[in-house]
Design a binder for this molecule. Structure first.
Ligand code: UDP
Length: 378
């Protein structure tokens, strides 16, 4: 009888299925920072020899598809959780023939081909699948607590399936009051530093980057830059057209130019963002992470942010930007006046030291091996 060599699970390449956000195709911008997370994770783990498949809505585009299989799902997009009422009726997110429902069917049918499935969808449906699959299903939760139905399925998963929940930040995990911090893997986020050029000599504008949607609080950035009499450049997808319209008067009346530059690809965005004096981050909600903070820092751009949620864990006050009292325009204006005190090289350095893809990949890999080896020994 042949004796098979014992391969420690830590060394075995994994077959991973990543279930992408169902609110829009990869590359559309509708999925915000989650798109970057899915693509970055696929890239870093693919480079390590793991076999990666991504399931994502039809129309998805991968910037680097060489090592990644992309399975596209037909069907309508899921509404974003932040646009839904917190208290949902018994059938939340009832989207017929949705890309997500089709993706869940795919997961059920194809699960045997994978060692682990990782869900990035902020939706109750993939959570319900956890108990129905033979293959372990882990959930990387991409937003804080927004819906009662999500709080419930997340708490239930924590109870029934220990070690299956991942989050970007501590502040995000803490919003789920029915769980404790020990139920979560706090994994942070990362960027490929090579995609971002350091810019030492900015022009005079301030920058604002994000989905244009009420929870992102663009009106506060416009008010602060107007009050500071600095030009403002806005980058991002107009997700809520009515909200954007509501800002027209404020933009037109600002004493310094406010320019909407559209939704840019990463290479275009980093170039334009790099030449700004500072990034303003003025979200009204508890931002789970805030990819734009580390992207700006990678370009050498200091970040002025409200002291809450992810940005408050990323920005080092007085070192890589300023953290100010939330919802306080005057505090933003005071911080704008002190941008010159921040060393742009330190911003780049923090991005390199704290948000590398390598360290991020290590954290995910460790988590995945814990789950897979736990399944093998159970
Ligand atoms: N983004 C982009 N082009 C733009 C504006 C934004 O690619 O013109 C990307 C940005 O680089 C970041 C994401 O959109 O990766 C926004 O992510 P973040 O975590 O800041 O916010 P979210 O939308 O997830 O709440």
């Amino acid at each position: 009888m042949a004796i098979l060599p014992l391969i420690p699970p830590q060394k075995t390449p994994l077959r991973l299925l990543l279930l992408s956000t169902p609110v829009g195709p990869l590359g559309s911008g509708l999925g915000g920072g989650v798109e970057a997370s899915v693509v970055n994770l696929a890239r870093v783990l693919g480079q390590r020899g793991h076999r990666i498949t991504i399931v994502a809505p039809l129309g998805s585009v991968l910037p680097d598809h060489s090592q990644v299989e992309l399975v596209q799902m037909v069907g309508s997009f899921q509404p974003t959780a932040q646009t839904q009422p917190r208290l949902q009726p018994s059938e939340p997110f009832p989207v017929a023939n949705s890309a997500l429902a089709n993706a869940c069917e795919y997961v059920q049918a194809e699960q045997a081909r994978y060692d682990l499935i990782v869900n990035f969808a902020y939706d109750w449906q993939p959570f319900q699948l956890t108990a129905m699959l033979e293959t372990p299903l882990a959930h990387f939760v991409t937003m804080g607590s927004l819906l009662d139905v999500m709080d419930q399925v997340i708490a239930q998963t924590a109870l029934q399936f220990p070690n299956r929940l991942g989050a970007y930040t501590r502040s995000q995990a803490e919003t789920f009051r029915q769980t404790s911090l020990s139920d979560w893997q706090i994994l942070g986020s990362a960027i490929d530093l090579q995609q971002y050029d350091y810019c030492d000599e900015p022009e005079g504008s301030l920058g604002w980057v994000g989905r244009i949607s009420p929870e992102k609080g663009l009106e506060d950035a416009i008010a602060a830059s107007a009050s500071a009499r600095r030009p403002l450049k806005i980058f991002g997808k107009i997700e809520d057209a009515a909200y954007w319209q509501s800002l027209t008067k404020q933009i037109n009346e600002a004493p310094a130019p406010v320019n909407y530059c559209g939704f840019l690809s990463t290479p275009e965005l980093q170039k334009a963002l790099g030449s700004t004096q500072a990034l303003l981050m003025t979200p009204k909600w508890i931002e789970a992470f805030g990819m734009v903070a580390i992207e700006a820092m990678a370009c050498g751009v200091p970040v002025i942010a409200y002291r809450r949620g992810g940005p408050a864990e990323i920005v080092r006050d007085g070192q890589t930007g300023w953290l100010v009292q939330p919802d306080n325009i005057e505090a933003l204006v005071s911080a704008i006046a002190r941008i010159g005190e921040i060393d742009r090289r330190q911003c780049r350095q923090d991005a390199a030291d704290l948000y590398s893809l390598t360290a991020w990949g290590d954290r995910f890999e460790r988590w995945f091996y814990q789950i897979v080896s736990g399944m093998m020994s159970s």
